[in-house]
Design a binder for this molecule. Structure first.
Ligand SMILES: NC(=O)CC(=O)C(=O)O
Length: 273
């Protein structure tokens, strides 16, 4: 079984309404071109900067999620709606809402690993200044099998990705926003490594690079096969990236090179707490 997936590598600006409109028009175009699963980038309705997260935050259900749920049901697709700042009580989360073809919420991933880093002379970011930690691993059931969803920095943690594969994920989808320091250094290799570790399709969705923003996203949204082949990759500009997902290939690669079966779980293990 297979399906077409699309990543909307959209330009995110300070105008929330325009961001949501842009997301809607790109989703519509991707669905009209046959995509059955559409993915938006991390913080698609809000600039990636701590000062904006509280200003753009919405509760669920809220204006952005309601609009995307309606569009998802109109286009009869699955939508991994990138992420938005989600307010619950006093806490704001970096949250990905996942909708099924009838517009129903089928999953919600709150970023588990917050991007608190300080690369000397290059980039300092401390998401935990404004955001709270997600606590749950997210694997959703779809008509195309199980898919894991995580957000950006989460993908640097192989244990999380492995647990998703052990829960049955054959595709891992990651809305993300690496930057011009970590992107050139780590983006491609991390995506390929996680695809190969777990023999999954790895789908990483970035915003386009906006040089007027304070945070310059790397772009380069990518779709990598379970064999490590790059099926499709964008550059830094706004675009819709398409790829064919062949679930038979996941089975073939796992049969030919049975990594998941060859783990020495009597000697070591990765467990969910
Ligand atoms: N923005 C992130 O969460 C992560 C990132 O940019 C990186 O890991 O590099």
């Amino acid at each position: 079984m297979g399906f077409k997936i699309a990543i909307c590598q959209m330009m995110v600006t300070e105008d929330k309404e325009k961001n949501v409109e842009k997301a809607e028009s790109m989703i519509r175009e991707a669905a009209e071109k046959g995509a059955k699963v559409v993915v938006l980038p991390e913080m698609f309705n809000c600039p990636y900067e701590n000062k904006y997260f509280p200003l753009y935050a919405e509760t669920y259900p809220g204006k952005t999620t309601e609009r995307l749920s309606l569009l998802t049901s109109e286009m009869e697709i699955y939508l991994v709606a990138g992420s938005i700042p989600e307010q619950e009580g006093d806490i704001i989360y970096n949250t990905s809402f996942i909708f099924g073809p009838k517009g129903k919420l089928i999953g919600r991933h709150r970023k588990m690993h917050l991007f608190d880093i300080d690369v000397e002379g290059k980039i300092r970011f401390k998401e935990s200044d404004t955001l709270g930690y997600g606590e749950d691993i997210t694997v959703v059931d779809t008509d195309f099998g199980k898919m894991g969803v995580a957000i950006c920095y989460d993908m640097r943690f192989p244990e999380l990705m492995r647990l998703m594969a052990l829960e049955g994920a054959e595709v891992i989808i990651v809305p993300a926003a690496f930057n011009m320091t970590t992107g050139p250094a780590h983006w491609d290799i991390t995506i390929k490594a996680r695809a190969l570790d777990n023999q999954v399709y790895f789908v990483a969705a970035s915003p386009a690079r906006n040089m007027e923003a304070s945070y310059h996203a790397y772009g380069h949204s990518s779709i990598v096969s379970p064999w490590g082949d790059v099926i499709a990759q964008a550059n830094a500009q706004e675009t819709i990236l398409y790829g064919e997902i062949d679930l038979e290939l996941v089975k073939k690669v796992r049969r030919e090179l049975p990594l998941l079966q060859h783990r020495r779980t009597t000697l070591y293990d990765v467990v969910k707490k």
